[in-house]
Ligand binder design. Structure first.
Ligand SMILES: Cc1ncc(COP(=O)(O)O)c(C=O)c1O
Length: 412
């Protein structure tokens, strides 16, 4: 018997994660397949931000740094993220952006491996990681180089001159997953350190930095952690490296005694040295709402549903949209990809704009990738059916050919 929409509605009714959808503000009539770029808003954010504004900022004013725990939020939120990525509470800090955190960690890694000159990266990594490494190399001016490798050659490229292997665990376009344990082990055997970018991993699949013996990691708060646009990012430094090197953006929050106002810099102990300056408290409060939802979920259940949603999308696309020129750019096997599926199509940009116009929100990544993300906390199996139906209509009726869908926006 062929699968029907009713079958999927029935599957939704039995889904152990189904109650979480209600905790997010999702507009009627929209199928949101872009939680891999900007997670949906937890409803709790509205009350929480209002409370921070009315009471903490509005009434308690500056006393909130002590009274309402503002000063310790980077550590407190870091300890919450630690539980999602297999780290200890005092190994993760919430602060700054992914890129700025990567700059700090790569600088430390190069200091810890002074005689080595190579940063090993994937040639198709998310560009900011590369740009940050290029900026750091230029700034420190000590003959370091990036060695770019293809994914399939990565292991062979971890040679004795590599200081640090800096990889994104889940590819931002294809969703393909690196074997974190294997790469980290190989890097350590070659005497190198490893820094993982977890932007597309944290909250999307179980991550275990401790078991993998990872050295460093970064990740953002605005994707699967549902922390809001521009949410603060996080960084991880394994205990054994804390204090072993000093991160370079040595602002007062990373000083041993910021409120002693000494003239010269003295590093704080432990992870606190990774801070730089004053943190965005309203954004931290929003992120905490997303984290508190995540901490009530079972990461294995999220992974199972994410794989099931992806597999359903793939098979429906195969049966309903096979003749429309989409080429799968993600691994076919659910085990090998995280929570997104990408296709290439020569008219990818216009097609995505037509889909958004029809209420299916995904995104486009140049030059030709349509990206669809599946966030198990608020996606339903029935949504997948409806989304593919709309993709089929957009293609059957060539709706994407409307000239207004060719105009490029700044953000794609
Ligand atoms: C893998 C990866 N790294 C980094 C970033 C962004 O970094 P930042 O938070 O510094 O803008 C993204 C954004 O999508 C990403 O996908």
């Amino acid at each position: 018997m062929p699968l029907t929409r009713q079958d999927l509605i029935a599957r939704d009714a039995k889904d152990p994660l189904s109650s979480f959808r209600d905790e997010f503000a999702l507009p009627e009539g929209i199928i949101y397949l872009d939680g891999n770029s900007l997670g949906a808003m937890p409803k709790a954010v509205q009350t929480r931000i209002a409370a921070v504004m009315t009471q903490e900022w509005g009434q308690d004013l500056i006393t909130s740094w002590n009274k309402n725990g503002w000063f310790d939020l980077p550590q407190a939120l870091g300890a919450k993220i630690a539980r999602l990525i297999g780290a200890q509470g005092d190994e993760v800090l919430v602060t700054d952006s992914t890129g700025i955190n990567l700059y700090k960690l790569l600088a430390m890694a190069l200091d810890l491996r002074k005689k080595r000159k190579i940063i090993l990266m994937e040639d198709s990594n998310f560009p900011t990681d590369t740009y940050i490494a290029q900026g750091l190399i230029k700034h420190i001016n000590r003959d370091h180089e990036i060695r770019f490798a293809k994914r399939e050659d990565m292991a062979a490229q971890i040679t004795a001159d590599v200081a640090v292997v800096a990889l994104t665990q889940v590819h931002y376009k294809t969703g393909e997953i690196f074997d974190m344990e294997d790469i980290t082990r190989r890097a350590h055997e070659a005497g190198a350190l490893v820094c993982w970018d977890l932007c597309h991993s944290a909250g999307a699949l179980p991550v275990d930095l401790s078991t993998a013996k990872a050295d460093f990691a970064v990740g953002c708060g605005y994707k699967y952690l549902n922390g809001g646009p521009g949410a603060p990012a996080f960084l991880y430094v394994a205990k054994r490296h804390q204090g072993g090197a000093t991160q370079p953006l040595t602002g007062w929050w990373s000083h041993a005694e910021p409120f002693a106002f000494e003239r010269d810099y003295r590093p704080a102990q432990g992870l606190t040295q990774m801070l730089s300056g004053t943190q965005p408290i309203l954004s931290m409060a929003a992120l905490e709402c997303g984290l508190d939802i995540m901490l009530r979920t079972d990461q294995q259940a999220i992974r199972q549903k994410s794989m099931a949603l992806g597999a359903l999308f793939l098979s429906l696309m195969e049966t309903k949209c096979a003749d429309h020129g989409f080429t799968l750019a993600s691994p076919k096997n659910a085990e090998d990809r995280a929570s997104q599926i990408a296709y290439t199509h020569p008219h990818g940009y216009a097609i995505m704009q037509a889909l958004i116009d029809q209420g299916v929100i995904g995104d486009f990544r140049a030059p030709d990738i349509l990206r669809f993300g599946f966030t198990p906390l608020y996606m339903r199996y029935g949504d997948i059916w409806d989304a593919v139906q709309i993709i089929k209509t957009v293609m059957d009726k060539a709706l994407w050919q409307d000239p207004r869908f060719a105009a490029r926006s700044q953000v794609t």
